[in-house]
Design a protein around this ligand. Sequence first.
Ligand code: NAD
Length: 484
Amino acid sequence: MSSKRKITVAYGDGIGPEIMKATLNILDAAGAQLEYDVIEIGEQVYLKGISSGMEPKSFASLRETKVFLKSPITTPQGGGFKSLNVTTRKSFGLFANVRPCKAYSPFIKTHFPKTDLVIIRENEEDLYAGIEHRQTQEVYQTLKLISKPGSEKIIRYAFEYAKKYGRKKVTCMTKDNIMKLADGLFHKTFDEIAKEYPDIEADHKIIDIGSALIAERPEIFDVIVTLNLYGDIISDIAAQVTGSVGLGGSANVGEEVAMFEAIHGSAPDIAGMDMANPSGLLNGAIMMLVHIGQPDIAEKVANAWMKTLEDGLHTGDIFQENISTKKVGTQEFAQAVIERLGQKPSNMIPAIFDKSSTKPLEIKLSPAKKEKKELIGVDVFIDWDEDNRNPDTIGDRLRKADANGLKLQLITNRGVKVYPEGMPETFCTDHWRCRFKTAEQATISPEDVLDLLNQIKDLGFDFIKTEHLYTFDGVRGYSLAQGE
Ligand code: NAD
C-alpha cells in the first residue's frame, strides 16, 4: 500500500493553474508524501449550469480525501451563482478560518515589520447564517445567531492552535458592551476556556479598538479569535497592514474536512503570463502539510521559501528596486524555492513546526448542561403606519389586549422606548416592538401567546413576528428594553 496521503486538488481559474503547478512542483521536490485527486471547479463548472461551481463527484472526492488544496476561481458575472467557498464551508462544517498574517520585512514592504499574528475566525454562525427578512415597507432584518457549542468549538480551536504552534497569547474580540447576550456568550465562553490553558495569556478587546490596534500596532497581537463578521473584516485589515495580501495562505478547518488556499483571487488580468506570485497558495499548502502530519516537509518548504525572498528573487508584485536582485516569473520562482530546499533564512526567523503530534487538532466540547427554560412574556412586532406614527395611539389601542394577565408593558421603535412616556423627538419607523408580560412576571403558556395574537389581530394590527421572552434557571434570556 502507498504511504502517500491522497488529497483533492483543484487548479481553478485565471492564475490558478500556474500557481498550483508551481506549488505542487515545490511540494514534490521537498518530498511531500502526496497523491493528487484532481477535480474541476469554478467558471467552467458554473457555466455548465452547476450553481455551486463544484460537481457532485468532486464533493465525493473531498469526502474521501478530507483535504482540499484549492486554487482561486473566477466567479462568473451575473446572479444565481453560489459562492463555492461558502458552499464548501457549510457542507463540510468548516468552522474555523485560520489566517496567519506575517511581515517579511524588508523583503516585503510593510510599516509594521514585527507583525506575526494569526486570526482564527468563526466560520459558520453570526450574521452569515443568511436568515434575512423584509418585515415592513421600511425595515429589513438579518439575524445574528451565536451558539454555545459553536463558540466553544472555535475558542478551543484557537487555544489548541496556540499550544501546537507555540503561540503565547490569545486575544478574543467581541462587541459585548452592546450585544450583551450574543457577543456576551462568546466572551464568557472564552473566559471559561482560557482557564484550562494557564500557560497561554488570554485577553479581550472590544472589536472597534481591537481593529484600530491591528491597524496601528499589529505586533502586540499573537492569536486572535473572533466572530464571523469581525473576523472577515480584521483578516483583511491585518493582511493589508503586513503587506501580505499577495502572500497570505488561509485554512478552513472542520472536524473532518479542511480546505487550504491563497487569500487572493484568480487575477484574470495576469492569467497565463507566468507573472503570478505562487506564495499565497504555497503558504496555504504549508499549513496543509502541518495539518496532515508532514510538519518536517512543511518546515523545509517554508524555510526555502523565506530564503528565496531573502535572496531577492521576487515576482513582479513584490519586486523592489533596492532589495530585489532579480524579477522572476511564477515557475522560475518555484525553481528558486526548489533549489533552496534544505536551506534556512539568515535574517528572518526560520519556521519550526511541532513534530510531536502529527494528528490534526482535535476539539472536544464540554458536556452540555440543561437549564430550566420558562416562558414569561412575548415581544410582538407590528407593522403600523397610521396617525403620523403617534406611539400613544398604538400603545393605547394595544392596552386593550389582555390574555390571561399578559398585557402590554412597553413599546420600542428601533430599540428606543416610545411608549409609555416616550420622547416626542424620537424618530419612529413603521416597525414597532411591543412587549407583553404579566404584572407579576409569571410563567405563561403558548396558548396565552396565541390568545394574545388573536386579540391583536382583532384590534386591527398586522403582527409580523414574535420573539418569546424566556428565563433559563431563572436568568433572563432577553435584553431589557431601555427604561424597563
Ligand atoms: P484578485 O485577488 O484576483 O486580484 C487583485 C489584484 O491583485 C490584481 O491586480 C491581481 O493581478 C493581483 N494579484 C492577485 N493575486 C496575485 C498573485 N498571486 N500574484 C501577483 N498578483 C496578484 O482580486 P479580484 O481582481 O477582485 O478578483 C478576481 C476574481 O477572483 C473574481 O472573479 C473574484 O470573484 C475571484 N476571487 C476568488 C477568490 C477565491 O477563489 N478564493 C477569492 C477572491 C476573489
